[in-house]
Design a binder for this molecule. Sequence first.
Ligand code: SF4
Length: 362
Amino acid sequence: MSSLVSLLDRAAGGGRLTFDEGVRLYKEADIHDLGAAAHARRMQLYPSCAVTYVIDTTINYTNVCNVHCTFCAFFRPEHHKEGYTMSHDTVLERVKYAADRGATQIMIQGGVNPELKLEWFETLFARVRREYPRVDIHSLSVSEIVGLSRVEEIPTREVLVRLKAAGMKSLPGAGAEILVERVRKRISARKVRPEEWLGVMRDAQELGMPTTATMMFGSIETAEERIEHMHVLRELQDETGGFTAFIPWYYVPFLTPLRGKEATGLEYLRVLAVSRLYLDNFAHLQASWLTPGLKLGQLALFYGCDDMGGTILEERVVHDAGSTNEATRADLENAIRKAGFVPVIRDTYWNLRDDVALATAG
Ligand code: SF4
């Protein structure tokens, strides 16, 4: 059996880890050694000190949802008095707010609301496209795509084709949680099965829509299941190359039915470092600062991350679960600079956007 040192050396040089080696590194490697290997790999891929981020917003257009995940404090069941669905005009006002502040990306995401037909989204996206052509629609989630296919009784691929024609450019990786059936059954039994999630992603990628991949960890899964999640993503990425980035974030338990304990900072950094080493075919690793906060976000830049995510001008799902972190664009840039890196604005597709920086400086 290889020593931990030789495993770390191989992974730091871009060598592929087996599933068992990934588990072993996750469980046994010293956190500082893991960080050093992940950072070495990141610097090998991106030798400059640039750290990218995107100016974006998340618009949670409805909290009505028929999936009822136990880790979610945001949703309301159908006909609940606190349920809401924004009008198209309200969504457009939010898009304007973000576009006026330099946003190049909007994430329109919400619950799986069976009252909303596909046409509702087609009309909305076509309006956003027409009125804000410089803003990319990086929106919905696999759960919402599957929900629409059920409402319309058409295949998910057809839903994607129609949304793409209406202006949706890419599909965020939300809703994956942990792509292991045992975990899904325990925390989100009504959600799509792992193979369905991967199938919708494959379809989107084949249709030319880039996607991201996320991992919500810290609920009930084991270390082996975290690596299994990375493993199935790595396999699909080998096949399609359609994922732009991996975004692990941890579950915020405080106001959810599932409850439990929040992951520690060290656990977060360990997940990041192992992600950078195990997912050798993912170009970008994102520090999702929304749950751990910007201070840990700075440390994440030394554990394999090359991207600081987005400004997230407005977001409800994670906040409703008890997270209180927020950051302006200046906060994000200061955090990156004070960690010794250079902030660089990108768009959804990792094109660098000096034009946005100049137009919205300050
Ligand atoms: S996480 Fe998403 S799919 Fe699950 S209950 Fe919340 S809004 Fe619905």
